[in-house]
Design a protein around this ligand. Structure first.
Ligand SMILES: Cc1cc2nc3c(=O)[nH]c(=O)nc-3n(C[C@H](O)[C@H](O)[C@H](O)COP(=O)(O)OP(=O)(O)OC[C@H]3O[C@@H](n4cnc5c(N)ncnc54)[C@H](O)[C@@H]3O)c2cc1C
Length: 580
């Protein structure tokens, strides 16, 4: 194995580990959450049937391995043929390439299986019993996407849109409806950096690593505020909000989107000007897959200094870890916006590991002065600080050695998936010392659970809750991600992992936001509700947790642009019409 390949695999393992430290909330054992209600396609939906098929959450690891598995239609062969026959009829010009971009389990099964599995990031949804799509279409250009949308509509096939496949509940490639297909965007992934204009044009199928790498190629003083895992897809990440270590300085990815191009349910291509400000607003955090297929985003780059400082400090329990946490909690919301310190709690042989990881947009002397003044309890020393470039800081967060690996590791799309569950919460009132002691005690009994605490404040407090659909801004001290990982496909391991997720989430109820209990859109969690027959009201259950008061505006926009509810999934924004 070459060194680059080795480090790239390492990066992706770590990436999965770290994601456990960025979100969080969980379904019952066996993940039966979405299975209970009728499917999203139910009453009134022009889409396919009542969705009695297996729910994504129910696809626990019951079988020996991925394999072709049950396909979601009794006759995928004829659907594949009908779909291929349809594509030229919906294309503006003759296109001989259609047959090379469509896969089914019967027509070209090995390519179908490889394409399906290439972007599966959660092994919980990659087992024999996981529902499989009737078709996978991998468009290479805009007109392909248009034809695919129109043909799916004509043939009554539900579309699941996938860019990077990182959705925690696999909503982009599994469905509770029987007749569904994947529109996989990975071929549409150009990135164009314009330094004079300080912008980036980035296509939905690009991954964050592509964007970061292309920025680094052109400039050492520009960056973009997004997530820490390079294989995350732009299509899902940017339409779902996107945060990373620059959140306190620059807010979320969506706060920097200046244009977007989409294909709507009637097959039209629209940009900001033609779609209008309402739909453009909805696409910035309201979940793209409820409104259309995002082709690309244009974003404004941000300035980063030539030197970024990173450090990591572990505080053993016996060295007053809880006092350090109390101090972290009190200073982070208002400290210098250049500083981000994530707190991580995990169990280690009946003891709790407390780790602080910091990113500072500036040099070590400045951060040391700041820490000595505001957070001396952490005891940060010069030798703990690593001065790196902003691009190298991304390697640091992925725990990959920037001295030993090539920058091109960020272009690698391979991942090493795990079995996992994630949940999220927001904390608005400081947790008292007794509360932290209780959390420590609780974690001791949950060996699979880790918690990541991501500070807000700074820029996040300056942006209005309705500026974008993502409402969790001022008033939030930090976001919690509950991260539950397990390595085995044994159904008992899954049951145990999901049970621990539910357990810690219930335990935390008294400490976190209420009415509604907020959740982060990019941390998909079916436990907080799924769509059922009554689209508006069932949508409200999860919609208000993700979007608070912005939910109703999202419903109005959805109703205006996709009244037939063509773009739908288990947690989509419902159209409030006869459909639902
Ligand atoms: C390892 C890992 C690390 C993570 N780290 C972070 C982090 O640091 N910060 C953070 O904010 N989040 C993080 N996340 C969460 C991640 O941002 C979300 O899961 C995001 O939605 C993934 O986007 P994707 O394109 O890879 O996923 P997909 O599974 O492809 O899509 C996710 C959702 O977006 C929709 N979608 C995808 N592409 C399009 C498109 N072109 N048009 C319309 N809709 C589309 C899908 O249908 C689905 O609803 C992490 C996730 C993982 C697995």
């Amino acid at each position: 194995m070459s060194r680059v390949v080795f480090f790239s695999l390492l990066l992706l393992i770590i990436c999965l580990f770290f994601t456990s430290f960025s979100n969080g909330a969980g379904p019952p054992a066996g993940s039966k959450g979405p299975a209970k209600g009728p499917s999203p396609g139910a009453p009134g939906s022009k889409g396919p049937g009542p969705g009695k098929g297996p729910s994504p959450g129910a696809s626990g690891p019951k079988g020996p391995g991925p394999g072709p598995g049950p396909v979601s239609s009794s006759d995928p062969g004829s659907l594949y043929k009908s779909f291929l026959d349809c594509l030229p009829t919906q294309s503006p010009q003759p296109d001989p390439s259609f047959s090379t971009i469509v896969y089914s389990s019967t027509a070209n099964s090995s390519a179908y299986t490889k394409t399906l599995q290439d972007h599966i990031r959660n092994k919980r949804y990659n087992v024999a019993s996981t529902p499989k799509p009737v078709i996978i279409a991998t468009p290479k250009k805009e007109s392909h996407v248009q034809a695919i949308v129109l043909c799916a509509k004509k043939l009554n096939i539900q579309i699941k849109i996938r860019s990077g496949g990182h959705d925690y509940e696999a909503i982009s490639y599994v469905s509770s409806e029987k007749k569904f297909m994947i529109l996989d965007m990975f071929n549409i992934r150009k990135v164009d950096i314009n330094i004079p204009a300080q912008t980036a044009y980035v296509e939905a199928g690009a991954q964050l690593g592509d964007l970061y790498y292309r920025i680094w190629e052109k400039s050492k003083v520009h960056g973009f505020p997004s997530g820490v895992c390079p294989t995350i897809g732009v299509g899902g990440h940017l339409s779902g909000s996107g945060y990373g270590t620059m959140i306190r300085k620059y807010g979320l990815s969506i706060d920097h989107i200046t244009d977007a191009k989409i294909v709507t349910a009637n097959g039209k291509v629209m940009d900001r000007k033609t779609m209008g400000e309402d739909l453009f607003w909805a696409l910035r955090g309201g979940s793209g897959s409820s409104f259309g297929v995002v082709l690309s985003f244009t974003v404004k780059l941000v300035s980063v200094p030539k030197v970024t400082t990173v450090f990591r400090i572990e505080k053993p329990v016996e060295q007053n870890a809880i006092d350090a946490i109390m101090k972290w909690q009190s200073i982070m919301p208002t400290i210098d916006n250049d500083l981000f310190i994530r707190l991580l709690l995990s169990t280690n042989k009946n003891s709790i590991r407390t780790v602080f990881i910091a990113n500072f947009l500036g040099d070590s002397s400045r951060v040391l002065a700041l820490m000595n003044k505001s957070f001396p309890e952490l005891g940060v020393k010069k030798e703990d600080c690593h001065e790196v470039t902003w691009f190298q800081s991304l390697f640091y967060w992925a725990e990959i050695d920037y001295n030993k690996s090539k920058p091109e590791v960020f272009l690698d799309r391979k991942t090493v998936p795990n079995f996992f569950k994630r949940k999220s919460d927001y904390v608005q009132t400081p947790i008292q010392k007794a509360g932290w002691s209780a959390i420590f005690n609780k974690l001791k009994g949950l060996d699979k659970v880790a918690m990541g605490f991501n500070p807000y404040g700074g820029k996040m407090s300056e942006i209005a809750a309705n500026a974008t659909p993502m409402p969790h801004r001022a008033g939030n001290l930090y976001k919690i991600q509950y991260s539950i990982n397990w390595g085995e496909s044994d159904p008992k391991a899954t049951e145990n992992g999901l049970k621990q997720a539910k357990d810690i989430f219930e335990f935390m109820t008294t400490y976190v936001s209420k009415n509604p209990r907020g959740a982060f859109t990019n941390y998909r969690d079916f436990d907080i509700g799924v769509r059922s027959g009554d689209g508006f009201n069932s949508g409200k259950v999860y919609g208000e947790k993700y979007y608070k008061g912005n939910y109703e505006r999202l419903v109005k926009i959805k109703t205006a642009v996709d009244p037939d509810n063509f773009f739908r999934n288990e947690q989509s924004i419902p159209a409030q019409s006869k459909k639902g």
